[in-house]
Write a protein that binds this ligand. Sequence first.
Ligand SMILES: Nc1nc2c(c(=O)[nH]1)N[C@H]1C(S)=C(S)[C@@H](COP(=O)(O)O)O[C@H]1N2
Ligand SMILES: [Mo]
Length: 396
Amino acid sequence: MNSKKTQASSNQNLVVKPTPSEYFIYRGAGSREMNWGQIDGSNYFVTNDRFYVHNRSLPPQIDVASWELQVTGPGIALSPQVITYEDILNLPPVFMIKAMVCGADGRGFYPKLPPVGSPSVGNDYVKWRPIAGSEWQYGAMGMAEWTGVLISDVLELAGLKKDVAKSLLIQGLDSVEYSHAIPIDKALADDSLLVYKMNGEPLPIDHGYPIRAFISGWGANSNVKWVGGLEVSDKPVTLDNLPKWQKTQILTGPDYPEPVIVTVQNVKSTFELDWNSSLQGGLNLLHGRAWSGTGTIEKVEVKIEKMDEDHKWQPIWDPQWRQSRFVPSEPVLPQSWVRWQIEWEAEEGYYRLMSKATNNTGETQPAPDEVPWNQSGLLYNGHVGLPVVVTPQPHC
Ligand SMILES: Nc1nc2c(c(=O)[nH]1)N[C@H]1C(S)=C(S)[C@@H](COP(=O)(O)O)O[C@H]1N2
Ligand SMILES: [Mo]
């Protein structure tokens, strides 16, 4: 019976906009990943029609004329307060160019079970249930220009009691009641917004129309869509008072003696290529992008390995990693991506391509099997090997 139910719900389509298979990879009823091989290489941003989607229910249809933001809780002087869409539009607008990355981006690259022999697993190996959920590769992310208002301005308007407020619960209006709690300091930061425009257009319905949260640098799971409520609590965010969806967004596993709540995104990079690409022999200019939840990207290195006759991978360069160059003329902005390029004189054969980004705090991407495993498959950022076939140079 149970399996029948799962079957029925997984056949549902929970995405409103068209997501043609050329541009999107299907990862579940409400999950569409951006197809890196088909990204518009001439555009710094990802346009709204090609932006990845992660929905847990069908987006609610909201009329801005009747939409209300309920601001409640002990941290509000006269709770409840009601904020209208017009009130939001009357606050000073803020523009930000920022990447947005799903906390589970890269989950598909984790092994399903923790590494055998993990010291702290011992006889408890079976205790760590296998990773489940959308098998994202690195396309559960995108870049946009966001227009909105400071959450701090909205809370001010609603009568924030600064001495009482400890955390903010941001509540979505979707039927699954998605909500997310963040510490009040982060909520009041000058890059934490309630957003109403994406790339200059009203938010598309899949991306949170009319209002979504944007918490810069943090996993996109904190960017609650279809916001309908802000609850200002007098209690800090702790493991035992998380809302239901956020309970699944914590790091647990043999490497974590205590569960860790996911906040800041880590450093990542990828090529603008399909998984399993084919390239023609000769000089190829490889393109890619790199991003990070903290600071700015400092460098991106590339390593290419060729399969030898014994089916072993051999690095083609000495030294193995070569530094790429950033597209000149483009600024390197915090929490957004940089575009990089590198030349490759490719010969016929089977290859895997790796890119490794490092940010200005020294944080870098680990080897694929050195990413600490966690049960929910969050924050994967290994420098995975992208399979590529190089075909012979065409005879002219
Ligand atoms: N209300 C609501 N907000 C939500 C979600 C959701 O399911 N419901 N998904 C979250 C997750 S996990 C991600 S990755 C982002 C996805 O945003 P996007 O679909 O605009 O790319 O929205 C976040 N906000
Ligand atoms: Mo997500």
